[in-house]
Design a protein around this ligand. Structure first.
Ligand code: 5GP
Ligand code: MN
Length: 378
């Protein structure tokens, strides 16, 4: 991009925090020294990468390439990511661990710095986490040979795995966290490229349902304004993410809403289930079920939407939870489904049959009824 943005970048102070930026002076110098000392950087994200995972890792890799041209930098995703994220600039260079273990393991083992993006626990990387765990200075009191930085916005980051934890659950997305970090280390015009800005916007947009939840803080829109000054086409980004259905996916939507939607009126809860037999019938790929869980929230009075789908690789049921207002999806996910996430969007799993998963969901809804029953209008 050749027109240089003339944006004046504010420090965007966070309410109630130090009154300055996101990072303390000590964190800034630790971050700078960890980055400057690294020769082989591996950037990771969680299994089942979403827009925020792919957006933050690609923006970070590109920004690091420009700032530290001598470092070798790889992004490693634990498993494949959906087609509708493949257009994100830099996504073509992402290495996928599952299915390519022999090629990817040596790259992980050669790393002297691992930067975990969009997840705060090693277990969210599944088998890739098992490879990384022994490289880190966990628990033993001894420093492993690999340094680690965490950049994330999930609650309760796993202790002792990172030398530097930049974890901000109060922010919309890891892309927002990362953009603030970059703002504190860099200044225009070198701050961002148009591609990096595109990646960052994508993560902020996808983790907020296109700014329909977790996005009431004015600073988000200041950041968007800066990203726009780098020439992003936000309308196209929206279409690239949301208007990419295959005819089968569109038909699946109709089928799910007509045949599979169950509304538990008294509990203000909607539930849909999706089996692998249905997956085969509609010829849908893994990412094709993305977003289905959000649809029942459009029903007047529904406060909680639950989507259960059979996993394609493991004998378990993946659980997705979405809510409005104060219903704490993350707490329900942690208590009943061994997972976590955010207040209005969380997930987990049930190791059992679909019937068992539905029974557990009923128990969970019963337990959380006090959140669900007051008032029936959103
Ligand atoms: P989804 O329903 O799209 O799979 O997940 C929604 C959000 O919940 C994700 O962005 C992630 O933050 C969180 N999440 C999903 N699955 C898990 C899980 O197994 N563990 C944790 N800690 N968080 C999860
Ligand atoms: Mn995220």
């Amino acid at each position: 991009m050749n027109n240089i943005p003339n944006t004046k970048v504010s420090t965007l102070p966070l309410e109630g925090e130090r009154g300055g930026g996101l990072l303390s002076p000590e964190q800034i110098s630790l971050l700078q020294s960890l980055l400057a000392a690294a020769h082989h950087i591996v950037i990771t994200c969680h299994r089942g990468p979403d827009g925020d995972a792919i957006g933050s890792t690609t923006a970070l890799a590109s920004w690091l390439h420009r700032r530290y041209p001598d470092a070798e930098i790889h992004i490693i995703a634990p498993n494949i990511f959906p087609d509708f994220l493949k257009w994100i600039p830099g996504a073509e260079d992402i290495l996928v661990y599952e299915g390519h273990e022999a090629d990817v393991c040596p790259i992980v083992e050669a790393a002297d710095l691992i930067i975990m993006c969009d997840h705060g626990e090693l277990k969210r990387m599944a088998s890739l986490g098992d490879v990384i765990r022994p490289l880190l200075p966990i628990g033993s009191g001894e420093k492993g040979k690999v340094r680690c930085i965490m950049i994330d916005h999930h609650l309760d980051p796993e202790p002792d795995i990172a030398d530097l934890v930049i974890s901000h659950p109060e922010l919309s997305s890891t892309c927002e966290v990362l953009m603030r970090v970059i703002l504190e280390l860099d200044s225009p015009p070198a701050l961002l490229t148009q591609s990096e800005a595109t990646s960052l916007y994508t993560g902020m947009m996808t983790d907020t349902g296109a700014f329909t939840y977790a996005s009431n803080r004015p600073e988000i829109f200041e950041l968007i304004s800066i990203l726009l000054s780098y020439g992003i086409d936000k309308d196209k980004i929206y279409r690239n993410i949301f208007f990419t259905y295959s005819p089968n996916r569109m038909k699946l939507m109709g089928y799910m809403l007509y045949m599979k939607l169950d509304v538990w009126k008294k509990a203000h809860t909607a539930i849909m289930t999706f089996t692998n037999a249905e997956r085969r019938r509609f010829g849908v790929l893994n990412g094709d079920t993305e977003g289905l869980v959000n649809m029942p929230l459009q029903i007047l009075g529904v406060k909680l939407s639950i989507f259960l789908r059979e996993d394609t690789e493991h004998p378990c049921i993946r659980v997705s939870l979405r809510s409005v207002d104060d219903f704490p999806c993350n707490e329900m996910a942690a208590e009943f489904f061994g997972g976590g996430g955010h207040k209005n969007a969380a997930g987990g799993e049930v190791w059992g049959t679909m019937d068992e998963a539905v029974a557990l969901v009923k128990k969970a809804v019963q337990k959380y009824m006090s959140y669900l029953k007051e008032g029936n209008i959103k």
